[in-house]
Structure formats: C-alpha cells, structure tokens
Design a protein around this ligand. Structure first.
Ligand SMILES: *Cc1c(COP(=O)(O)O)cnc(C)c1O
Length: 404
C-alpha cells in the first residue's frame, strides 16, 4: 500500500462526503452491445433484459452492421492504431478522408479530429483568442466548453440560459470594454432538457455586433435539420456558423472521437497550436473508417433521422396523453418532469423493475424542484417497444401518484 495514511483517510472522507450528499454515481454494468434492448448485470450477479431509453444512440448506429463492417475493414487495411500523434506519424489517408467528409456534411471548409469532443472544446479557445478578446457563453454550456474557456485568456461573459436579451447585453458590454474579437459560444442542443439554441437569432445578433458564432453540436450532428446536418440546418443558418464542434461518440456512430469544423485558417491554426491535438494520440483507424461509413449512410438517406423524428413526435404526444408533464420541444431528449428528487429516483427504480431503463436527474445536475426523468428516443426503438415503455410509465406513475 503506497498512499500515506493521511492522504488515504482524506480520500475516504471525500468519497463519504459524496455519498452523504446523495451524489455518488454508481455505474450500471451492461453485458451486451448498445441497442434498444440491453442486458444489465445487477449487483447480486443476476442479469436483466431492459428496454434502453437513456443512450445517446440517436440513430442506432452504435451497433449498426454497416458501421461494424466498416470498422472491421479499416482494422484490416489500416491496423489497430498509429502509436503517434497526428503531426509525427499519425495521419493516414483515412483521417484526411473523414475530415473532408465531415466538412462537406457540416457545410464548412475544413475539420480537425480530436480524441473526444471534450478535447475539441478544451483545445479550441486558447489558440484562437487572446487577452484583448471576449468569449461570451451560455450559462448552461457543457463542462468541456467551460473548461476550454478557463484555459484561454480572453475576458469571459456569461448570459442567462437561452436568453437573447441577456446575450445582447453581453455583446454590448464586451464592445464597450474594448474587446478586439468577440466569440459567442453555445451548445446547439442542451443535453439536460433538449433545449435547441436559437442559432438564427444568435447569428443576427452576432452580425449586428460583429461577433463570431460557435456551436457545440454533440446532441445535434447527424439528426437535427431536414438532412441531419445539425442545429444550424434546423434553424435555417446552415453554412453561417463560424465554428462547429462535435462528437463521433453520440449519433455519429457512438464510439469516440471529436472534431472542430470551420474556415480553413481556423483549423490550420488549431493544428499548429491546439494542445489536445498536438499532445494526444490519433483517433484509431477503425473508428475513422466506421465514421466515414456513418456519413455514407446519412448522406445516402434520411430514413434514420426521419424515423427518429417520428418516434420523438409519437413518444412526446403519447407520454403527454398519459398525463405526464414534459418540457415541450422537438428534440429526442424528452424531460419528464417529476419535480421532487426522491420521486424521480423512485420512478426510475420502479421502471427498471418493469424492464425500462431510464435515468433520473435532480439537484445539483438540474435546479432544485426541477427533478425529471430524461428519456432519449432513438431510431432503434420500435413502436411496440415504445408502447410497452409508455404502459410501464403509466403503471409506475399511477403507483407513485404522479398521474391519474
Ligand atoms: C457529450 C458531449 C461532449 C463530450 O463529447 P465526447 O466526445 O464524449 O468527449 C461535449 N459537449 C457536449 C454538449 C456533449 O453533450
């Protein structure tokens, strides 16, 4: 045992504090590939088949046969890994192909791959902005954006969540405080409740105030908008956002990897200066090959995003009809409001017994009194399964006195 007794005791104390605050995150073990039906292993070692409504597997590509086949192909043709960062000897033809394909899909000039979207956001702001500049951020932006902004010297401004008047206030304040360049940055879709950023309004505001607009598309790329390009397409500003970051770990395949997509010179400077790119290993060829196959699928047909949109509409209407309160919207993230933290936990636990896997969110992840169950609808979900899940919601909701 190498830890000093004092440090060991300190760690145990910290962990107990997390448990006492009810914030300890236990991980559920899954013994199958990701999909609509998964088998979870329970603490007693037994296992249970459940209908999964909490993956970011929006298009069902995590276990799609074409995607798996493409990963196998790339493994055969390009090996298991590069054992290098990109600029030493880690750039294969496949990586350049994927960057080009992502640029085309997103309507940008160039794209740079990262090991994760967390790294794309973490390495975005510091190379682009200096202390004379301003970065203006939605207060509920993702942790990786917050961390990325912390690493840069630009002056920080924060506007109230999705509040365009408050964004305008920040833009005016930054201008009056002499900002050289201003970058407004937002999640395209906010993951807690599926709120969709008003990119059209934001673009107009940014134009009026001579600001750049950047968006994190992790919960949008692949399915938002008529052809799945993202929030910019959904809001009618395709090709008009200055910087897009995103993940390959959600709708676009579900393995891992991230990217930043923008004007050529933005990407060029990131390749020179972005630390998570310069000092972290190349994305594995199997993931890159599979991601190209994902884009082939999505550019060839809108069937998957259309099915996702249908399922989303169906589930939102049906759960409302069942008497539950949801936050209205269009995104496959459906927040089912329970308000009280204890009831959200009870509802999730009862649903698991009934074979439906969902997760409750409560303070401090969401504000006090706003506890909810976050359902994520996917293209892998069949109507009959959704109907069964809805019946389970109704039964559990009645038992807990949440619906009549
Ligand atoms: C999931 C997520 C990320 C992180 O993506 P990874 O590729 O898993 O690192 C970043 N931003 C947002 C908004 C996300 O939802």
């Amino acid at each position: 045992m190498t830890l000093s007794p004092e440090f060991h005791a300190h760690l145990r104390h910290e962990l107990q504090g997390i448990r006492d605050a009810g914030l300890y995150k236990a991980e559920r073990i899954i013994a199958t590939p990701q999909g609509a039906h998964i088998r979870t292993v329970l603490p007693d070692g037994s296992s249970r088949e459940v209908f999964n409504l909490c993956a970011n597997n929006y298009l069902g590509l995590s276990s799609h046969p074409d995607v798996i086949a493409a990963a196998h192909d790339a493994l055969r043709t390009h090996g298991y890994g590069l054992s290098s960062v990109r600029f030493i000897c880690g750039t294969q033809d496949l990586h350049k192909t994927l960057e080009g394909r992502l640029s085309r899909f997103l309507g940008t000039e160039d794209t740079i791959l990262y090991a994760a979207a967390f790294d794309a956001n973490g390495g975005l702001f510091e190379p682009l902005l200096g202390e004379q500049d301003a970065v203006i951020s939605d207060e509920l932006n993702h942790a990786s954006i917050i961390d990325g902004i912390r690493l840069c010297k630009a002056k920080r401004y924060r506007y109230r969540h999705n509040d365009m008047a408050d964004l305008q206030r920040c833009l005016e304040e930054a201008a009056s405080e002499g900002a050289r360049y201003k970058l407004v940055f937002t999640d395209g879709v906010f993951s807690m409740d599926g709120t969709i950023a008003q990119l059209d309004v934001m673009r107009a505001l940014c134009d009026r105030h001579n600001a750049l607009l950047g968006v994190d598309e992790c919960h949008a790329s692949g399915f938002m908008g008529a052809t799945g390009r993202g929030t910019h397409e959904h809001r009618g500003v395709f090709g008009k956002v200055d910087i897009i970051t995103g993940t390959l770990g959600k709708a676009l395949g579900g393995a891992s990897g991230g990217f930043t997509s923008a004007r050529r010179e933005v990407v060029e400077l990131l390749r020179q200066r972005s630390r998570p790119y310069l000092f972290s290993n190349t994305v594995a060829p199997s993931i890159v090959g599979a991601s190209i196959a994902v884009l082939d699928l999505l550019e060839g047909s809108t069937a998957l995003r259309d099915k996702l949109a249908d399922n989303t509409q169906y589930f939102r209407a049906a759960i409302t009809k069942a008497g539950f309160d949801i936050k209205p919207g269009e995104h496959p993230i459906v927040p089912i409001m329970v308000y009280e933290a204890a009831q959200a936990q009870q509802l999730a636990a009862r649903l698991l017994e009934l074979g439906v896997y969902v997760v409750g969110f409560f303070f401090p992840v969401v504000p006090k009194g706003q506890a909810h169950i976050r359902v994520q609808v996917g293209a892998v979900h069949e109507r009959a399964d959704l109907d069964q899940a809805l019946a389970a919601f109704t039964q559990a909701g009645r038992e807990l006195g949440l619906v009549a």
